[in-house]
Design a protein around this ligand. Sequence first.
Ligand code: DAH
Length: 385
Amino acid sequence: MSAPNKSYDPVEVEALKPEAIDRARDEALAAIAAADSLDALREVKVAHSGDRSPLALANREIGALPPHAKADAGKRVGAARGAVGKALGQRQEELEAERDERVLVEEAVDVTLPHDRQPAGARHPLTTLMERIEDVFVAMGYEVAEGTEAETEWFNFDALNIGPDHPARTTQDTFFVAGASPQADGAKNAGKDAAEESGVVLRTHTSPVQARALLSRELPVYVICPGRVFRTDELDATHTPVFHQVELIAIDEGLTMADLKGTLDHMVRELFGADMSTRLRPSYFPFTEPSAEMDMVCYVCRGASVGDPQRPCRTCSSEGWIELGGCGMVNPRVLRACGVDPDQYSGFAFGFGIERMLMFRHNVEDMRDMVEGDVRFTRPFGTEI
Ligand code: DAH
């Protein structure tokens, strides 16, 4: 602000000259008209009507004018500021209206657009079948265990009475996990693969859970374990290197093979229908003694094809039975390896493949369909629970 000014005419103050005021007003109006957004208008407002704008500065000069000049200068500056303020208000309204219109268009919801571009998947039938099997046994008081997929050779083989020379221990069936081992160097010198010496394999069956269950629980033990197992097979219509098994072990006082048979019959009735039953055929497994293969009545012909050439059954080759898995009374050597007294406790175990059972239950003909993850395969199974 200039010093008190009593003697000279207001036109002599540069900022208050009519041309200067008109110019400041016109520049402000032009800038307001050119502001194309609310942000731009905010900046224009600061520049042309803020405290440091030319018109505000001119307004301050008025106070220093001689009294007779104040009214005239005040009128001119006031009119210019009024015009700028009005233009700002109008432009603000216009820009807000534009913005509201744009938001309405941009954020409009088109209710005719398709809403299901990401269709829901479907649970894999292997998962639902495993859960269904679990339910059958949980209802009988069994506990569900998991075990581990990378397993020590001791649990996978030794604890189950599968000696070092058993064919299942050769690299033909087993994935060995590479890793450091105290004997690895010596083994290499002896021409062996370090992986074979790590002592860790991908479990080739769920049976190691038998030993794990016995070592980690108080007796009696009633455990079921569904899970993934691994063998060095090529993927084809009837093999896959990664598949699923269900293992069961029951150890208590006084359990006999009759309990095993009754449990198997109950399971197939729950899973395949009330008219189902099983039969046992003598077999050999190192970890059960005696051991048996378990068959169930053919789910297709229900045994009707046997001896009837008019009604051959492709599924069971007209034998009336389908092989399901292995079973038996847990070998006392397994019990002893797990610290259980075979004179006091006995029990049974069985194991079978889930893929095979899914093939029976749902007429799946090619195992590759189960691993490819194509929803066209899984969807027809729906959300069976
Ligand atoms: N572990 C066996 C396999 O993978 C299946 C099996 C046989 C499990 C007999 C058992 C059993 O529990 O008693 O071929």
